[in-house]
Design a binder for this molecule. Structure first.
Ligand code: BDR
Ligand code: CA
Length: 316
């Protein structure tokens, strides 16, 4: 398969950084757009620039939206630290953002061979759709880390990226593009643990050292929150859905984003009722499938791809 071309829209974020590394190993990354999410926009943009320095890649980074379409920004300092990359040694560099117009970049870059991999709140994508409602349909597709078919992580039912900008997520899930949804139900199957961090620490690779620091910090924080020293590698899954689609099984289903519920705002409501492949009468109109919803990932193979991208030789 030729290397896919893609833009990564992200809010680094530990797992966003790993997603950027995997993407640069297996795709032609034509640009990175940043958004407020795990940390404020200045921090997520600085982190994206630092990852390009770590990779020695000249990928342009375009600053995007500093806040969601509605309301105030939500951040995830408890998971990623105030900087978005807590626990990671900063790398000195002189890189600057290529522009502060991520939306213009997304609009101009669109073509039928380009994927957008969106691993933060979907604000930039929604703003692109506001300016050109056909934008999503002018792409090869959009692979999203967001939502869940079952439980949430910010609330009982809402995942962080859809919770942080539900109005944007609703627009994107309804835009008519070829969508892949890698929700928490999928991404929790791909997990880092202390054994992985130890293996990375032993490797003679700056990428592996960076990832080891990242996982150590994540494991400390997640252990504090859940009691378990493991972290889901959420965002790399949305990259792998484009670069290694054979590792992920999907089902075509309707996905809508709840905007009103007092307990359910930001929840992705997925139509999981059994139906025939062509949908049948009950799956037309509002229930017509809108996304390829990911359910299973070959976690061993996926982890092998991630570890290799981090510069670690196979121990097979
Ligand atoms: C998502 O939220 C962020 O904290 C992660 O980077 C990931 O994109 C998981 O809910
Ligand atoms: Ca993210």
């Amino acid at each position: 398969m030729p290397r896919p071309r893609l833009i990564i829209d992200c809010d680094p974020g530990h797992d966003d950084a790993i997603a950027l590394i995997v993407a640069h190993r297996h795709a032609e990354v034509v640009g990175i757009t940043t958004v407020s999410g795990n940390a404020p926009l200045d921090a997520t943009t600085a982190n994206a620039l630092m990852v390009t320095a770590l990779l020695d890649a000249d990928t342009p980074v375009h600053r995007g939206a500093p806040k969601p379409l509605v309301g105030e920004p939500a951040h995830a300092a408890a998971v990623h630290g105030e900087s978005g990359l807590g626990g990671v040694a900063r790398i000195a560099h002189a890189r600057r953002a290529a522009s502060d117009d991520a939306v213009g970049f997304l609009l101009d870059a669109a073509d039928e061979a380009l994927w957008v991999v969106a691993v933060g709140p979907l604000t930039n994508l929604a703003l692109a759709l506001e300016r050109d409602p056909s934008w999503g349909r002018r792409l090869a597709g959009i692979s999203i880390m967001g939502g869940s078919t079952d439980i949430g992580n910010v609330t009982r039912v809402a995942e962080f990226n859809t919770f942080a900008d539900p109005e944007a997520a609703a627009r994107v899930f309804d835009c008519g593009a070829l969508l892949t949804m890698c929700g928490l139900n999928l991404t929790r199957q791909l997990r880092s643990n202390d054994a992985l961090a130890k293996r990375l620490r032993r490797a003679d690779s700056p990428l592996a050292q960076f990832a080891a620091q990242s996982f150590d910090d994540l494991h400390d924080r997640i252990e504090g929150l859940t009691g378990v020293r493991e972290a889901a590698l959420h965002d790399p899954c949305a990259v792998l859905a484009v670069t290694h689609p054979e590792l992920i099984e999907t089902r075509r289903q309707a996905v809508s984003v709840e905007l009103e519920g007092t307990l359910t705002r930001g929840m992705t409501v997925v139509d999981q009722r059994p139906h025939t492949p062509d949908g049948g009468a009950a799956r037309r109109g509002a229930d017509a499938p809108t996304a390829n919803v990911a359910y299973t990932i070959d976690a061993d193979e996926a982890m092998a791809v991630v570890v290799e991208a981090l510069g670690v030789e196979s121990d097979a």
